[in-house]
Design a protein around this ligand. Structure first.
Ligand SMILES: C[S@@+](CC[C@H](N)C(=O)[O-])C[C@H]1O[C@@H](n2cnc3c(N)ncnc32)[C@H](O)[C@@H]1O
Length: 230
């Protein structure tokens, strides 16, 4: 099994439905804050199910969702095909987006599941599809120095605030015995330090800064906001 197979199945990342709903709600509200104009064309790349995509769509002109996992795409079609401001993209229709047409690309919690080469290929893709000056948001980037205690604490704090603390405790135990943990140790997960991201951004035509917060609940992970350069 590889990461794509993993994301194509039901997975233990969310400890229960409430966790999943609150997660996507938080991400959607964070994306809304990054949209500068109501007519923006936005791509959420590696979007997952994007349960709160309708909230994002209300704040922009059109929202493209793309996720590589076929089962995720199927659920997105069921949920969003009736929404005229959301377009679910297959890999072929993703490629067909007009060059220099996007105002913003968001990739939250994607880079860690890509090899360096895949990530660099996507940076080139985003650079081509974004308008000059268009915004690239890379969020939930795993730092080189991961801290398991901080990860657990962040989840438990989010769970406490969201009213799913007990489920989160059970979920942490389940994750320990899950495919996710096994895959993390066999396939690995890609991490970066802040300097590496700046170098990658610059060498692929972007200039960016690290944001003061992360979109997701875990603030030990990094977010970068970059602009496509001329
Ligand atoms: C950790 S989930 C993040 C989902 C969502 N962005 C969020 O914030 O919850 C990673 C997602 O990226 C998708 N993915 C992995 N590799 C991808 C690729 N090369 N292109 C598009 N999606 C990809 C997976 O199918 C999975 O749904």
């Amino acid at each position: 099994m590889n990461w794509r197979d993993f994301w194509n199945r039901d997975n233990p990342i969310y400890v229960n439905e409430r966790h999943k709903v609150l997660h996507y709600d938080r991400i959607a509200r964070g994306i809304c804050d990054l949209i500068e104009q109501r007519d923006w064309l936005v791509l959420d790349h590696g979007s997952g199910e994007a349960l709160s995509a309708a909230t994002v769509a209300q704040h922009c002109g059109l929202l493209y969702l793309h996720d590589a996992a076929p089962n995720v795409q199927m659920r997105q079609h069921l949920r969003f095909d009736a929404n005229p401001k959301i377009v679910v993209l297959s890999s072929a229709s993703l490629d067909a987006i007009a060059d220099h047409s996007l105002d913003m690309v968001v990739a939250n919690s994607l880079a860690q599941y890509l090899t360096h080469a895949e990530f660099e290929a996507l940076l080139d893709f985003w650079r081509r599809k974004l308008k000059i000056g268009g915004k690239l948001v890379l969020a939930d980037i795993l730092p080189k120095q991961t801290d398991m205690v901080a990860d657990v604490t962040a989840l438990l704090r989010f769970a406490w605030q969201g009213g799913f603390f007990f489920a989160a405790c059970v979920g942490l135990v389940a994750t320990f015995f899950s495919d996710y943990r096994k895959l993390r140790s066999t396939l690995g997960i890609t991490s970066y330090d802040e300097h590496e991201i700046h170098v990658l951004l610059a060498s692929h035509g972007f200039a960016g800064v690290r944001a003061g917060h992360n979109l997701g609940h875990n603030q030990t992970r990094m977010m970068f906001v970059a602009r496509a350069q001329d």
